[in-house]
Design a protein around this ligand. Structure first.
Ligand SMILES: CC(C)(COP(=O)(O)OP(=O)(O)OC[C@H]1O[C@@H](n2cnc3c(N)ncnc32)[C@H](O)[C@@H]1OP(=O)(O)O)[C@@H](O)C(=O)NCCC(=O)NCCS
Length: 189
């Protein structure tokens, strides 16, 4: 991911209430605290953490990705307390087509306060204006409508339902695809 090297690789991003920043091993307890919650893990492709070492393993994986400049996730820091309350980032980036997929998760205590909408909007801004990408995609399980609401609130458009696209926690699940183009994002700011 040589194209990501330089000032634009995973910079810290400030929003009204949040700081998106790279994870460090010191965040393991915060990550474990919310990732052990089955409700948080229900519609994502990882299993609820069962011990602190699961969170440490996840952070180690992210540190390797930062080190090799691969697409990765930021920790979402609730600035008032400095606590990590979620993650958001790129699942993959295809520079030849200027397209990427975003994904995210948030601690349950913080749901329904517009936090992921605030974080996603900032990541879209970074993707279009710093990384100069042209199209950002996001997927959510049909049974996870709150995630679709976040995508719509950020201006992403529904492009269709992929039937039984993923095998998650013992069953095939239908998945909605949303996307936004740079020209659409720039017209809304
Ligand atoms: C999905 C998730 C990221 C949403 O984050 P959030 O910060 O609560 O999102 P926001 O507050 O910005 O917006 C949530 C919207 O969903 C709506 N919503 C919540 N529950 C809903 C439901 N059951 N059905 C429909 N809409 C719902 C809220 O009303 C809100 O919309 P509004 O502002 O128009 O009222 C969060 O719930 C989460 O992390 N869940 C666990 C991990 C996960 O599922 N990640 C996404 C994988 S695709």
């Amino acid at each position: 991911m040589i194209e990501l090297i330089g000032a634009h690789y995973m910079p810290a991003i400030e929003t009204d209430r949040l700081t998106l920043r790279r994870l460090t091993m010191r965040d393991a307890r915060d990550i474990f605290e919310y990732s052990r919650d089955a409700d948080v893990a229900r519609h994502v492709l990882w299993d609820a953490h069962t011990s602190l070492s699961d969170a440490k393993g996840y952070i180690r994986y992210m540190l390797r990705r930062y080190h090799s400049f691969d697409p990765a996730s930021w920790g979402i820091e609730w600035r008032e307390t400095g606590k990590i309350i979620g993650t958001i980032g790129f699942m993959w980036i295809q520079f030849e087509h200027s397209v990427a997929e975003v994904g995210y998760s948030l601690a349950k205590n913080y749901w329904n306060r517009g936090i992921m909408t605030e974080a996603l909007d900032a990541v879209l801004h970074h993707a279009f204006y710093d990384l100069r990408l042209n199209r950002i995609e996001a997927l959510h399980e049909v049974e996870n409508p709150a995630s679709g609401a976040v995508m719509r609130k950020c201006g992403m458009k529904y492009e269709g339902c992929m039937r039984q696209k993923l095998y998650n926690k013992g069953r095939y699940v239908d998945v909605n695809l949303y996307a936004i183009l740079r020209e659409e994002f720039s017209s809304q700011i």
